[in-house]
Ligand binder design. Structure first.
Ligand SMILES: Nc1ncnc2c1ncn2[C@@H]1O[C@H](COP(=O)(O)OP(=O)(O)OP(=O)(O)O)[C@@H](O)[C@H]1O
Ligand SMILES: [Mg+2]
Length: 503
């Protein structure tokens, strides 16, 4: 084998956290090397060390036989290495084209100067086409759904024409078709001799695309396996070093009590949506990107105006919604984009977890700090958040642990209705089980949950019924026990429509 990148004893601390522990291994040239491990295992940190975003405390790297010691991502780009970040670090107020070009040594013109919109357009369009994005390069990035933002960041990395590309969970938010496009791009990059480091929690994707699989656990390198000589089971046990109990949720909803109802609700995106959510029910929501899944939450929270129809909570019509009022009414939301809508990235984990409960109690009365601390402590325990302490800034946590903090926030509030928008995106297998467990427990306590997900197996497992949306319309409401992935996909693609199963 010919190594393109070699690590010699890479070590990295962040304060009290030992993020990388004496990591040594090699990556083969021209291959797809998957990097797997639980949340907080050190995958993103290693990716950042390779691309100069973070510097290791000790150890060394060799790239193409020469010492590699980048001090910024521009250094790494000059050496022929680029990265697609897990937490998309683009600029929402700038256009798609500007996002492709900022800090991009390949696209940036040699002589500084004004770039006309036409020039920007011409430069960026071919790269957008390569990832299957058909949109105007002058569109502000912030207007795009997260799936498209992720494709823009992939296009950006491709346009740098690097010899090594680190992809940190590039498929966490894109559709199945976009995954196919990305995978054929990866195949063609491989033909050109480009090496890919592919970080993902999705086992099926790893086994489709990877040549070799590197496993990390608690900052340490555990081992490398050739894809053809291993199995998902073996990788999981390398990752966790323990057996994961695969529980199943006791479905316990009571059909007789309706908690929330949508009556022919139309918004800019939704078309005459009607359904009922019952006490103790987990209502799954399936659909392709753009089907209107998140817009159900936007209607519920008063973020999108209701043009027609009405929403009632426990029989009382919700006249005028707002996120604050929803909180008061006992409706909680975990948004799809935790960074833009959910978390206060500059504040501590403690404040992020306590945010909603403090705000709610503010309405009811004063809360003692020691009481808040003990509540937050209980959330840390039940969700197994991995952080040095509750006082550290939330943006220092790994992606999956940030997500757990967001779930934990609503555990404290005890909302009657919870809208979870893809709560397990970027969360590892062990933590996913924890979140499923929490959802099951909440339902048993009589809470009602709307659970949006792109992963059908998890909907089939956790939900009592599954609503399928297509282009803003409900195509069916299927009892989870009597349906399967194929049936849901057919509805989601608009191939047929079911009669509404209940109510
Ligand atoms: N800037 C930072 N400051 C402090 N701690 C950090 C920082 N970046 C990462 N860490 C910590 O280092 C550890 C490794 O984090 P990393 O993001 O590399 O994990 P990961 O394997 O990518 O996890 P995930 O699957 O959740 O994305 C975590 O415990 C994380 O909290
Ligand atoms: Mg990560």
């Amino acid at each position: 084998m010919q190594a393109i990148l070699t690590f010699h004893g890479i070590d990295k601390h962040f304060g009290g956290i030992h993020a990388l522990k004496d990591v040594s291994f090699e990556i083969e040239k021209g291959q797809v090397c998957a990097l797997m491990g639980e949340n907080g295992a050190g995958k993103s940190t290693l990716g950042k060390v390779i691309t100069g975003v973070v510097q290791s405390d000790s150890g060394a790297m060799e790239f193409e036989g020469r010492p590699h010691d980048p001090h910024s991502s521009l250094d790494a780009q000059r050496d022929g290495i680029s990265i697609i970040f897990q937490e998309l670090d683009l600029f929402p107020h700038q256009s798609v084209a500007q996002n492709l070009i900022i800090g991009n040594l390949k696209l940036l013109p040699r002589q500084a100067g004004f770039l006309s919109d036409r020039a920007l357009d011409a430069m960026s369009r071919p790269w957008l086409e390569r990832v299957g994005l058909d949109l105007s390069p002058s569109t502000p990035l912030g207007r795009l759904p997260i799936a498209h933002v992720q494709l823009v960041s992939i296009a950006r990395a491709l346009s740098m024409e690097s010899r090594l590309i680190v992809m940190d969970e590039p498929t966490s938010a894109i559709t199945n078709e976009a995954v196919d496009t990305l995978f054929s791009l990866i195949e063609s990059l491989k033909k050109d001799g480009v090496t890919i480091i592919f970080i993902s929690h999705k086992m099926d994707e790893i086994f489709r695309i990877a040549d070799s699989i590197v496993v990390m656990r608690d900052g340490a390198y555990i081992g490398t396996k050739r894809r053809t000589e291993t199995s998902p089971g073996e990788i999981v046990s390398m990752m966790v070093g323990r057996q994961i109990p695969e529980g199943s949720h006791q479905k316990s909803w009571k059909k007789d009590k309706v908690v929330l109802s949508f009556d022919s609700v139309s918004t800019a995106k939704l078309k005459k949506v009607s359904f009922e959510l019952h006490e103790g029910e987990v209502l799954g929501v399936a659909g392709l990107v753009g089907a209107g899944r998140s817009e159900l939450g936007a209607a519920l929270f008063g973020i999108d105006a209701i043009r027609e129809g009405s929403i009632a909570l426990e029989g009382r019509r919700i006249e005028e919604g707002s996120p604050r009022k929803s909180l008061k009414r006992g409706i909680g939301l975990i948004p799809e984009d935790r960074k833009l809508q959910g978390l206060l990235m500059q504040q501590s984990v403690r404040d992020n977890v306590a945010l909603a409960v403090v705000e709610r109690n503010h309405i009811l009365g004063f809360m003692k700090r020691s009481h808040v601390n003990s509540l937050v402590g209980s959330v840390f325990e039940s969700t197994r958040i991995k952080a040095a302490s509750p006082e550290v800034c939330i943006n220092t946590l790994s992606g999956g642990n940030q997500q757990k903090a967001l779930v934990g926030r609503w555990l404290l509030v005890g909302s009657q209705v919870l809208f979870l928008d893809d709560p397990t995106r970027g969360v590892d297998i062990g933590a996913k089980e924890d979140i499923y467990q929490i959802i099951g427990e909440l339902a048993e306590k009589g809470r009602s949950i709307i659970f949006v997900s792109s992963e059908l197996p998890e909907l089939l497992r956790c939900a009592d019924r599954i609503l399928v949306l297509c282009q803003g319309e409900i195509m069916g409401a299927l009892p989870a026990e009597k349906t399967n992935q194929e049936e849901i996909m057919r509805l989601a693609m608009g191939l047929n429509r079911m009669k509404f199963a209940d109510s």
